[in-house]
Design a binder for this molecule. Structure first.
Ligand code: SDX
Length: 431
């Protein structure tokens, strides 16, 4: 790319405005419009922020055309293959790969924060047993500021770090407690002799009547799912966390806002919606009917697990997950899983259909994650809680980057107002 011009010129009627431009270390140049309203008296308009950079960040970079995802410069396929979730957490939080001493210290810290305040158990018992685990997680994580008030001062770097460690450490425990509560089983305490993913699996599947031996291949697959969902630039839930944090709200409240946003079926809720769609399709011979519905403008149905705002060729996470799906299902002896057959046939059909090719719609991260999670024994209602658990480190890392920026300002977008202009009140007898 030729050196980008240092300014962009905007001409409105007789007037021209010079706007500064900034060049990234990777990706498109940006036009800095922060002074535009002050100089030209106009707003820019970009619903859904399809062409808008909301912040400067050094954490994650996505090339939607190449299908590339980098965390602090390291490609996601290498991290998924060679690293593990807590090391990726360190990388996202601190910006570099830790030494063995640093990693051991970090893992010990996280391990020793996995228990939750005993009173939080009572908080869970206020929910109905049939509550969706995401509803429980949104409530419980928001309530953490009531239990961990000593790490809510966002201006204190040490409190920020403690809150970060507490959230990363306690999310698996909270997610597992939400699951146990909805199936009427007692909570299972974390154990310090287990790694992060094994601890989560045991807290979900162990019962007092017998212990639960963690299968190392399943814990490896679980850890890989955590890693693949850890962070993803300025997606909807991360942008929600950033906007909530810009007011100075405490980190637990801001992460609860992120969980609420992630729950939507267009975002993190897609993994649950995708599996429910595969189940509704049921058999390979019904795929054409659903492909036709997805293409029908009069039908709101969309192929869940397909398409992405940024990736326009392939979601590199789906590529890794597809391989994991084969491994896990073969291990479990369910590689003839009918849902997997439907998923693979649906993927091939869509990838060869001109509609999906033209609109660049292909499997995203949510397409295969649900199949693995179901094979591991999770109900679909636990898919998005697992996504939220994984994404907590991304939300926290982006929050930490923003909150420590001295130039931080509260986020306050403007609007294109097309409502009624000034008019006087009309008494009811005159209406
Ligand atoms: C995640 O942003 C992130 O990084 C998110 C995420 C992360 O890690 O944080 O990657 C996680 O949220 C992945 C996406 C999960 N969502 C789904 O799988 C739900 C199904 N997908 C769609 O809802 C949609 O593809 C989105 C929301 C993912 C992306 O929407 P866009 O980019 O805003 O695209 P669009 O809605 O403007 O659609 C463009 C066109 C439309 O047709 P036209 O109006 O141009 O004729 O493509 C069509 C849409 O109708 N389209 C689909 C489709 N997705 C888009 N048609 C059928 N099935 C689909 N899945």
């Amino acid at each position: 790319m030729a050196d980008s011009p240092k300014t962009a010129t905007l001409t409105i009627g007789e007037n021209s405005y010079e706007l500064p431009m900034k060049s990234p270390s990777a990706g498109p140049d940006v036009v800095d419009i922060s002074k535009l309203y002050g100089s030209a008296g106009v707003f820019t308009h970009d619903p859904g922020f399809t062409s808008t950079s909301s912040c400067e960040s050094t954490i994650t970079y996505i090339d939607g055309v190449k299908g590339e995802l980098l965390h602090r410069g390291y490609p996601i396929d290498q991290l998924a293959e060679k690293s593990h979730y807590l090391e990726v957490c360190f990388l996202l939080l601190y910006g570099y790969l830790p030494s063995s001493v640093e990693l051991e210290k970090f893992e010990t810290t996280i391990t020793h924060h996995t228990m939750v305040h005993e009173q939080m158990g009572n908080f869970f018992r206020g929910f109905r047993r049939d509550a969706h685990p995401m509803a429980i997680m949104t409530g419980v994580v928001g309530a953490m500021s009531a239990f961990y008030h000593d790490s809510t001062d966002v201006n204190d770097p040490r409190q920020r770090e403690i809150a970060s460690h507490r959230l990363i450490a306690k999310m698996p425990t909270i997610a597992a407690m939400a699951y146990k509560y909805t199936i009427g089983q007692p909570f299972v305490y974390p154990r310090n002799d287990l790694d992060y993913a094994s601890n989560f699996l045991r807290m979900c599947f162990a019962v007092p009547a017998e212990d639960y031996e963690v299968n190392p291949i399943l814990s490896r697959a679980m850890d890989r799912i955590f890693t693949l969902h850890a962070d993803h630039e300025q997606n909807a839930s991360t942008s929600t966390v950033r906007l909530a944090s810009s007011s100075g709200a405490n980190p637990f409240a801001c992460i609860a806002a992120g969980i609420a946003c992630l729950w939507g079926p267009a975002h993190g809720g897609a993994n649950q919606a995708c599996l429910e769609m595969l189940r509704e399709i049921g058999t390979v011979d019904r795929i054409p009917e659903f492909i036709a519905r997805a293409k029908d403008k009069n039908d709101p149905f969309r192929l869940m697990g397909f398409g992405h705002r940024v990736y326009k060729n392939t979601d590199p996470r789906a590529t890794v997950l597809k391989k994991s799906a084969d491994e896990v299902l073969e291990l479990l002896g369910v590689d003839d899983n009918p849902l997997l057959q439907v998923a693979k046939e649906l993927e091939q059909t869509a990838l060869n259909d001109p509609y999906f090719v033209e609109k660049k719609l292909f499997p995203n991260v949510d397409f295969y994650s649900g199949i693995i999670l179901e094979a591991m024994g999770f109900p679909t209602s636990m898919f998005t809680p697992i996504f939220a658990l994984s994404r907590t480190v991304g939300w926290i890392s982006q929050w930490k980057e923003m909150i420590s920026d001295p130039a931080l300002k509260i986020g306050r977008p403007r609007q294109l107002y097309t409502g009624e202009t000034l008019r006087d009140y009309v008494e009811i007898e005159n209406r």
